[in-house]
Design a protein around this ligand. Structure first.
Ligand code: CU
Length: 454
């Protein structure tokens, strides 16, 4: 096996992308832990085979990095052409289920919005074979990458627009490390979803080592009730998403108690988002320009992620619990329920406990999902000016969003989860491994993770 080829197999395994699919990312994240290595060896004949697992582990310890996991998104596979990593990316309209009862018509890449994550290593030569299946011209811009002007992806400036049905090949060497992203350079296309992660892992691993590496893309949507197409010229956003999903449908981040966690947050919208983490202080270790020197790190628990920025934070997960990670703009901590509420929006007098509850239940049946009872209200609530505020807003729907990562959360946990909000679940070994096992058992066949056009 030649050097390039060997490196390819090792990296494909490390990234959990390429040939071997996305589903291993979560357990690949735990390679920093001896305990988990042992657990992986014990289950070495699981779905993807012990051989690949072993290679991934070896490569992970050599390379010193773990792949980033963007919850609710997949990784873009690649092939090698000599020493070049070749990716296939197709811009196209996509259906994105942003909540159990809401699917929107967005534009994205390879069936996904945001598009699939591209992960490479610093120093890699990268070729992206891009195809436009949109009804209009577009291009790909590589946000933050220092690459030749011919690769910059601005229509009419650095290239001709890529017309519908056309292909265009981008090729460049990635000399940087850090959190980048690709996107259309047309504003309205950006607002209808055309973005994806481009992560360059460093040639020399970051210190201190992070056992978990998660990524979130922030987006806003204005979707009128009973509509599915986002209004990209509106500035009144009613749906706020992490990786194209609104809470409580966003998949929680699972981390092992005592491990170091890295979180990369990218903002591709019209608003700036103060992202807050409960119960933990973190430091900012990087921006859209790459790693920040350790001398610049200071403690915080809220980080403003401005439009077009990436913010990378790290913390040691010292405290067990389901810690909220959310945008702190109050209107970004809600979902728009007008699709569900319709008549209630008009009948504002419908605010007795019994009537609101019965209405919620009727709505829940029509969706359909179970509705867990909302929080109690006072008997004289209707005599208090301002009522209701949050009363009756809660739509607990645990069963509708159940997945391995929600296992063990308290009943009705989903009632408090709305908009740009997720949980960082810091779990002791036993609970952590229980969820890993559930994830492995729930993982669909590998084919489902591939997004190549055939
Ligand atoms: Cu926000």
């Amino acid at each position: 096996m030649g050097g390039n080829r060997r490196r390819f197999f090792q990296e494909a395994a490390v990234l959990g992308a390429g040939l071997f699919g996305f589903s291993k990312n979560l357990d690949a994240q735990s390679t920093g832990s001896a305990a988990t290595n042992a657990a992986q060896q014990r289950s070495g004949d699981a779905a993807h085979g012990g051989e690949h697992r072993g290679k991934r582990m070896a490569a992970a310890s050599e390379g010193g990095f773990v792949p980033m996991v963007a919850p609710d998104l997949t990784d873009l596979p690649f092939e090698m052409d000599g020493a070049i990593k070749v990716f296939h990316l197709t811009a196209e309209p996509v259906k994105r289920k942003i909540a159990p009862f809401k699917t929107i018509d967005a534009w994205g890449y390879n069936g996904s919005c945001p598009g699939p994550t591209i992960q490479v290593r610093q120093g890699d030569r990268v070729r992206v074979i891009f195809e436009n299946k949109l009804p209009e011209s577009t291009s790909l811009h590589w946000h933050g990458l220092e690459i030749p002007i011919e690769q910059d992806g601005v229509p009419w400036i650095s290239q001709k627009p890529v017309a519908p049905g056309e292909k265009y090949v981008y090729e460049f060497t990635v000399h940087q490390e850090g959190t980048f992203f690709y996107h259309s350079h047309n504003a309205m296309q950006e607002m209808i979803g055309q973005i994806g992660f481009f992560v360059a892992h460093p040639e020399n691993s970051y210190r201190p080592h992070a056992a978990h590496d998660y990524g979130v893309i922030l987006q806003e949507w204005a979707v009128l009730p009973s509509n599915t197409v986002p209004n990209t010229s509106s500035m009144e956003y009613n749906w706020l998403t992490f990786n194209g999903v609104s809470a409580p449908a966003i998949t929680p981040m699972i981390v092992r108690l005592g491990s170091r966690v890295r979180l990369r947050i990218v903002n591709m919208g019209m608003d700036h988002h103060p992202i807050h983490l409960h119960g933990n202080q973190f430091v900012m270790t990087g921006t859209e320009g790459g790693r920040a020197p350790e001398s610049s790190w200071y403690p915080m628990n809220t980080i403003l992620v401005g439009v077009a920025q990436a913010r990378v934070i790290e913390f040691d997960a010292k405290y067990p619990g389901a810690w909220m990670l959310h945008c702190h703009l109050p209107h970004h901590m809600m979902n728009n329920m007008m699709d569900l509420l319709r008549d209630r929006q008009i009948e504002t007098a419908n605010t007795t406990d019994a009537r609101a509850l019965s209405q919620m239940e009727t709505l829940a049946e029509s969706v359909p999902f179970e509705h867990v009872h909302h929080s109690p209200i006072a008997e004289n609530a209707n005599n208090v000016p301002g009522f209701p505020q949050d009363a009756f807003m809660e739509m607990g729907m645990d069963d509708a969003v159940v997945k391995p990562e929600t296992y063990g959360l308290p009943e009705n946990w989903s009632a408090q989860m709305m908009g740009m909000m997720t949980l960082v679940r810091v779990l002791p070994d036993k609970e952590y491994e229980e969820i890993l096992t559930k994830k492995k058992n729930a993982a669909p066949p590998e084919e489902h993770h591939h997004h190549h056009d055939s």
